[in-house]
Design a protein around this ligand. Structure first.
Ligand code: DMJ
Length: 937
């Protein structure tokens, strides 16, 4: 998401859309704040900004150069294996692959970045390559949304800047709208997707065969995400207005109109997924992140680009609802569209990081600063924003595919406030990318931000968006060869000229304000209070908003706790919380009964909870029961997750890798625990026999080294003992299933042999075949390959400084064995009988099969006996509430005091709903919970 930085107040603007923008968004005049900054964070010198700008250019060259050299014409670069990702030739990653249409995606997505980064010559070459090489008629099923924002948007952005350059008279003199012709051809290819009664597009289309034909292999889907159907208008309207073919804009408008009609009328929120035929909400949870994000973005930007008032009205209606229900500063939490006071989950996804940028465009700076600050603290903790994180800022989904949303918001907040703090934030982003994501062949996505391990993936949006925002953050006007403020950014950061607002605008006429008087910007000097009043008078404005939040992440408490405390304050008895529940406590059993929840003891020792809402004592008790069940479901899946050992890292430290390549490794339930000991560093050596199933015949080769062993034929523990006896200091087992990869397979844990494994003192890690072959290839090429086995990748600077250091600091193996045996006794006694065959694909310690079952009108959840008593260490609510949990608590408490509905006992008590309608609502909620269980970004 994004919008071009605004022109400083006072400069004349020839486009009507821009005036509208200024009128609609106070923040848009804020660019001038950069020149009025007088205090706060230390200003950054021009030299330093230039240095950082040059660093961004160098990083772009590294990413783009490696893509062009090793991957082009493939869609994307695989930066670990240094080759192109070609759909069908790699194991499927599911929906993620729907962005790949064999149309040189990264090249097209990079086109306008080249011009922004002042690489005009390279742009000219790139356009020629697109025209010469790209085929849009492939028999591939692609995502309509991704193809629109990345490919159609990329072609239109390229065209927009090609005609700008041509007009300047130096470059692109040969250009004759060829990119636009390609865009039009692609636009027509996407149109069959709209052949539904609702006008909402099918989520996928076959580029060659369209929809529904037998050859198309698509067209049977019934659902799409809201963002998927609601993120078309900018590209489609631009295509219509550039070409005069109105059909594209008409289709995109129709889809938006339908979504608007289907909004939940009492909350004014939209769900995450919708049935494209019936218009029913399939997922009724609602937030500003995954699945919805750019729908909101496009409503506001459609108003900016097209000058159609109805888009602004819709946006404002939704925005009010978002601020009322979803925004719980500094958090943005998903809620239910029908019960918007009820949080739908206890975690946030990384995509919502665009939202502060959108708030800048809207002119609502305070919450933008707050959310951005919270996100920055999460980043400082993990180096990157994990794909999802909980309300108490723990990692929920650990991957990070180099998403640009946070950089985007940082850029817009800098434009709005002029606060050099945001330049420092940008500098940190650059440093982290270079330190942790840069690999010899590009930049690799983080597989796990906790371990620093990589994934063989560099998404095209990294080039389309990240480098643009980072470069623009440090650039002065003269560093860019055109006026960026004449353009609007699409959600993929492609540039569309604002002059489109007055071109071929037949469709939007009916909705635009008929009276329009041309004014120059000086008329709006005082419509920008944030610039003209706030900042000059209070240059510490942004800092004063950030200050109370400065420890928000470190001193956080789980949000649910606050609400319990609120209940106490209001005098009402707090509802029973899932984490406090004890199946042996008669008082708890009584409460369950009141809530309509019955307890069933299963034969295997587990207990199952089932809720029959109709058996609850009252509708309030039934609602409490529903919430209790929801919490129990979350708790149960959280506990299952926590029982799993986290992944480990194998980092290649020798030349030419120098710690840049980090492979995701599976842990072992035996041997040295790398999370408790220093990492193990050593050269690798292949063992003989390669499976390590008998005494090694080459002990001299593995002595003092890390032995590589092939999976199979005997127990993992047996392999470990054999290499240990030969003198190895560690072992890496490489999967024998060809093509397996941590990109596609779940984390694999090596189980013990069902016996005492305390005798195994060395660390053992598991690599899937793809990651293993990276090491084997390295041995072939460089012979001497040194690796580091650890729980988290090590800082490269330290690796390079003192390569010997690590071995010296290792505890002696004697000490290790003593420490280790203590740990192992407790862990092996619990888990020894779980997986007793190496060949078993069981990769978790979970002895309790997922037994969650949700019957039609019932809520049900199962918990294991160990979960029946509350864990005293988890019972930290009171301590935290009385103690450290200060800033966030206070804010959240203050906020909820102003929102009387946030206390369930208060709000639910007020509504007297007929039981039928409650049951119908619950049914919807239950479906939503079920969907959330399967939830993916
Ligand atoms: C981009 O493709 C677009 O910004 C999209 O709207 C959602 N996010 C990805 C990058 O994270």
């Amino acid at each position: 998401m994004s919008e071009a930085g605004g022109r400083g107040c006072g400069s004349p603007v020839p486009q009507r859309a821009r005036w509208r923008l200024v009128a609609a968004t106070a923040a848009f005049c804020l660019v001038s704040a950069t020149s009025v900054w007088t205090a706060g964070a230390e200003p950054m010198s021009r030299e330093e900004k230039q240095k950082l700008g040059n660093q961004v250019l160098e990083m772009f060259d590294h990413a783009y150069g490696n893509y062009m050299e090793h991957a082009y014409p493939a869609d994307e670069l695989m930066p670990l294996t240094c080759r192109g990702r070609v759909r069908g030739q790699e194991p499927s990653r599911g929906d993620v692959d729907d962005a790949l249409g064999k149309f040189s995606l990264t090249l097209i997505d990079s086109l306008d970045t080249l011009v922004v980064l002042n690489k005009t010559k390279e742009f000219e070459d790139a356009v020629r390559k697109v025209l010469r090489d790209v085929n849009l008629d492939n028999d591939v099923v692609v995502s309509v949304f991704e193809t629109n924002i990345r490919v159609l948007g990329g072609l239109l952005g390229g065209h927009s800047l090609a005609i700008m350059l041509k007009e300047k008279g130096e470059y692109m003199q040969w250009y004759n709208d060829e990119l636009l012709q390609m865009a039009k051809q692609l636009g027509y290819k996407l149109l069959p997707a709209f052949n539904t009664t609702s006008g909402l597009p099918y989520p996928r289309i076959n580029l060659k065969f369209g929809i529904r034909k037998p050859e198309a292999r698509t067209g049977t889907e019934t659902d799409t995400c809201t963002a998927c159907a609601g993120t078309l208008i900018l590209e489609f309207a631009a295509l219509s207005r550039f070409t005069g073919a109105t059909i594209f804009e008409e289709y995109a408008r129709k889809a938006l109109d339908f979504l608007w009609e289907k909004r939940q009328r009492s909350s004014n929120l939209v769900g995450v997924t919708i049935n494209i035929h019936t218009g029913d909400w399939v997922r009724k949870d609602s937030g500003v992140g995954a699945g919805i994000d750019s729908y909101y973005e496009y409503l506001l930007k459609a108003y900016v680009l097209l000058g159609d008032d109805s888009f602004l009205e819709r946006f404002n209606t939704h925005y009010d609802a978002i601020m009322r229900y979803i925004s719980q500063p500094p958090l943005l939490l998903d809620v239910h569209i029908h019960k918007p006071m009820l949080n739908a989950r206890t975690w946030m996804d990384a995509l919502l990081a665009f939202f502060p940028g959108l708030q800048v465009l809207k002119g609502d700076i305070r919450p933008a600063i707050e959310t951005h600050e919270m996100l920055y603290q999460v980043i400082k903790k993990h180096n990157f924003l994990p794909e999802a994180f909980t309300t108490d800022f723990r990692v929920h989904w650990a991957q990070h595919p180099l998403r640009p949303e946070f950089a985007e918001s940082t850029y817009f907040l800098y434009k709005a406030t002029g606060d050099p703090y945001y330049l420092e934030v940008g500098k940190t982003l650059i440093e982290n990318l270079n330190k942790y994501a840069r690999v010899p062949c590009g930049f690799a996505a983080m597989k796990d931000v906790r371990t620093g391990s990589h994934e063989d993936r560099m998404d095209s949006f990294f080039l389309a968006e990240m480098f643009k925002y980072l470069y623009l953050l440090f650039a002065d006007k003269e560093d860019i060869i055109f006026d960026i403020e004449d353009y609007i950014f699409t959600t993929e950061a492609h540039l569309l000229p604002l002059w489109l607002s007055t071109t071929n605008q037949s469709i939007s006429k009916k909705n635009t304000t008929s009276e329009y008087t041309e004014l120059d910007d000086s008329n709006f000097d005082w419509t920008c209070p944030n610039t003209q009043i706030l900042f000059p008078n209070d240059p510490l404005y942004a800092q004063s908003i950030r200050e109370p939040l400065k420890n928000v992440v470190d001193k956080s408490c789980p949000r649910g706790i606050i609400r319990v405390e609120e209940s106490f304050r209001s005098g009402a008895k707090p509802p029973l919380r899932a984490r406090d529940f004890m199946a042996t406590n008669p008082e708890h059993l009584e409460i369950l009964k009141k809530m309509g929840v019955s307890l069933i003891h299963l034969k295997d020792g587990r207990v199952q909870l089932v809720q029959h809402a109709i058996q609850a004592a009252s509708s309030i008790d039934a609602e409490d029961g529903l919430r209790f069940m929801q919490e129990m479901i979350e708790l149960s899946s959280q506990q299952q997750k926590e029982q799993q050992l986290p992944p480990r890292a194998v980092q290649i430290v020798s030349h030419p890798f120098f710690g840049r390549v980090v492979l995701t490794a599976g842990p072992a339930q035996f041997g040295l625990d790398l999370s408790k000991h220093k990492e193990t560093r050593g050269f690798v050596a292949s063992s003989k026999p390669s499976n390590g199933c008998s005494e090694l015949t080459n002990p001299e080769a593995v002595m003092g080294k890390i032995a590589l062993i092939q999976r199979g034929q005997c127990m993992f523990a047996e392999k470990a003992r054999n290499i240990q006896n030969a003198g190895a200091i560690g072992g890496i087992v490489i999967d024998d299933n060809e093509g397996s990869s941590s990109d596609t397979a779940p984390l694999f844990q090596m189980a013990g042999d069902g016996k005492d494994t305390d005798d195994i003192k060395i660390p053992m890690l598991f690599l899937f075949s793809k990651e293993g072959s990276i090491i084997l290839d390295a041995i072939r090429e460089y012979e001497e390959v040194e690796v580091l086995l650890s729980d988290k990748a090590k800082d490269r600077a330290a690796i390079l400084k003192d390569p010997e250091m690590e071995n010296e600091e290792q505890p002696s193996s004697e000490n290790d064995s003593q420490n280790q045996s203590g740990e192992q006794i407790s862990s092996s006694s619990q888990e020894v009988d779980l997986v007793d065959q190496e060949s078993s694909e069981e990769n978790s310690l979970n002895s309790h099969p997922e037994s969650l079952s949700l019957a039609d009108m019932d809520n049900a959840a199962s918990i294991s006996p160990s979960e029946q008593t509350s864990n005293p260490t988890e019972n930290h609510e009171t301590t935290n509430l009385n103690g450290e949990c200060t800033d966030l608590d206070n804010q959240l408490q203050e906020q909820s005091e102003t929102e009387e509905d946030s206390n369930p006992n208060v709000s639910w008590g007020k509504k007297v709903q007929p039981i039928d309608s409650i049951l119908a609502d619950w049914n919807e909620d239950i479906e939503a919970f079920e969907m959330m269980e399967k939830d993916e970004l």
